[in-house]
Design a protein around this ligand. Sequence first.
Ligand code: FES
Length: 653
Amino acid sequence: DCEPLAIFTPSGKRGRVPAGTTVLDAARALGVDLDSVCGGRGICSKCQCAPLYGAFPKHGVTVAPDALSPVNAVETRYDEKRGLKPGRRLGCQARILGDVVIDVPPESQLHRQVVRKAAEARAVEMDPATRLLLVEVASPDLHAPSGDLERLNAALAAQWGLPPARPSLPVLARLQAALRKGGWQVTVALHRDRDDAAARILDLWPGFFEGPLYGLAIDLGSTTIAAHLTDLATGEVHASAGAMNPQIRFGEDLMSRVSHAMLNPGGAAAMTAAVRVALNDLADGLAVQAGVDPRQIVEATLVCNPVMHHLALGIDPVELGQAPFALASSDALDIAAADLGLVSINPAARAYVLPLIAGHVGADAAAVALSEAPEQSDDLVLIVDVGTNAEIILGNRARVLACSSPTGPAFEGAEISSGQRAAPGAIERVRIDPATGEPRFRVIGCDLWSDAPGFAEATGATGVTGICGSGIIEAVAEMRMAGLLDGSGLIGSAEATGCARIIPEGRTHAYVLHDGRAAGGPLIAVTQGDVRAIQLAKSALYAGARLLMDRIGVDRVDRVVLAGAFGAHVSPLHAMVLGMIPDVPLDKVRSAGNAAGTGARIALCSRAARRLIEGNVRRIEKVETAVEPRFQEHFVAANALPHATDPFPELAR
Ligand code: FES
C-alpha cells in the first residue's frame, strides 16, 4: 500500500489517505477532532496542529522531514499577519505526502473537555449550540436571480453540510452590507440546539470574525444570583459575578414570595420585573468586567428552583403554593433570551432553561445531577445542595431519587442573632477549647486566627461584624463538642459548664464568641434562639435525606457530596456533629463547590449534556416532602444533636 499513513495524537486515530490530502481533510476522514471556523481558508487558525518528525517505534513509523508539503503562501501570510507558534502548521494547508504523526493541541480540538473530571463528577466535551462559521457566498448573478440569504444558505449546505438557517429580521437587514463589505465572505453565529431544521443565524459579521462567542451560565437562587461568562469555544469562564436576588424584598423564602403573588394583584409581575433587572445588571457587569462586547454574548442557560423559574419566565407561581404543586411545564425550554427579559446581551441571543424535576424540585437540582452524575455511581451517593431550600438527591446506577426540603435561611446566616451573609468581617470558622471553653475564630477576608498576634489590625477597618452560615454551624457543633450544649440543644449556664463565656440571656443563655463593644463593635454571641434555628434547619435537611433513604430501604449511604457555595465552606466533621448529614466515614464526604452553577455551565457548552439531563430527569423519582407523613417523624427525631435515634458510629471514633 503506497498511500501515506496518518497517525493523530493524542487520539491515536490512524489511517491511510491519498497523498496530497490536507491534514484537516485527513482528520475529518479519520474522525479526528480538529476544529475549523473558516472552512479551510487559512484564516481562522483553529486547525493548527503540530507535526512530529523522526522515528516513532511505538507507532511503527518514521516521519521524514518532507512528509508534509512545504509551508505555502497562505500559511506564510497567516504567519506574517498573526503569527504561528514554532512547529505549528495550518492543518487546512499542510498536505500529507508521506507517513506522518500529527499532534492536535487542546486548543485545536473542537470537542475538548469542558469540565475537569473530578473523582466522581461527569466529564463533558465541548458541543455548544452556537458556533461561528465563515461562509463564502456566491455573488449575485443577473441571469440566475436569487436572494443573498438563499445563496448564503446554499453555501452553508455546500461548505458545512448544514440545513438552511433563518436570521432574525434585524440580522437579515444587515446581511447585504456585510456580504459586500466582506468580499462575499461572512462569519455567522449559527445556533442549532435540538432541531437542525430550526437552525438560526443569531448574528453575522463581514469577512472573518474571530469571536469569541460567549454564554452566560446563570444560577438563580432565592437569595443570591450567580452568573458565569463562559467562552463558547473553550468552556473557560472569563468572569463571574454574584448579586442578591432583589425579590427578597417581597419575601425571604419561597413560600412567602408565592404568598405575595397570591395576595397582591400584580405581585408576581413585580417580582418578575425585579429579577430581570438584576439579571441584566449582572450581564452588563460581566461584559464590562471581562471587556467583552455584549453583542458577543449569544446564549444563556438558567438553573433555578421551580418558584424562581416561574417568576423569571413571567409565569404566576400560585399553583406552586398548594398541593398538587402543578408546574406550568417541567420541560427544558429553548427560548429567545429577550423573552426572559435579557436584553443587555445580543438581541438575538438564545436561552436554555434546564428541565425541572417536580413541584418543589427544580432545575437547580437537575443541574446538580448533571454535574455530579449520580446515575453513573456504583455506590449510593447522597448529594445535598444547601441554600434557603435544600435540594437532596440520593442514588446510584440502579435508581435516583430527589426531594427538596425547606431548611429556611439559617444556614445562610439569616435569622441568626448576629448572622450576616458571607462577606468580609463575618466569622466563618470557629474552634472552642473543650478544657477552657475559650473560642478562637477566623473571619472572611483575614488570614489569621483571632488568637494570633496582629489579628485586630489584620481585620482592618471592617473588624469583626457578625457570623455567616458556616460560622454558625461550626460554632454550634464546637459548643456541643465542648460540652456547652446538651444533646437537646440547651445551652448550659456558666456555673453548670464552668465556662465564663456564657452569659444569661433572658431565661436562657448565650455564648459570647467576640465582644467588640469596647472598640465600638458588636457583641457576637450564639443565643439559644440561634441554636434552635440551626436545629430546625438541620432537622429539615436530615429528614429529607432520611425520607429518600427510606424509599430505597437503606440505613446508610456510601458517600456524601456537599454542593453549593455553602457546601464548599462547611466542614464535614461539624456537619456530622450537628447531624446535618447521615453518618459516613469523614473521608467519604466531598465538597462539590457550586454544582448547580457547574451544571448550568455544562448545559451551556454541550448540547449532548442537555439531551442527557432531559432524559435523566424523567427517570429521577420525585419525593414530595410537604405531603409525606414520615417527613414530620424524621424531622422531630432529627432535632437532637446529632440525632435522637439514628446512630453516628463514625463520630465515636
Ligand atoms: Fe481555518 Fe485552517 S481551517 S485556518
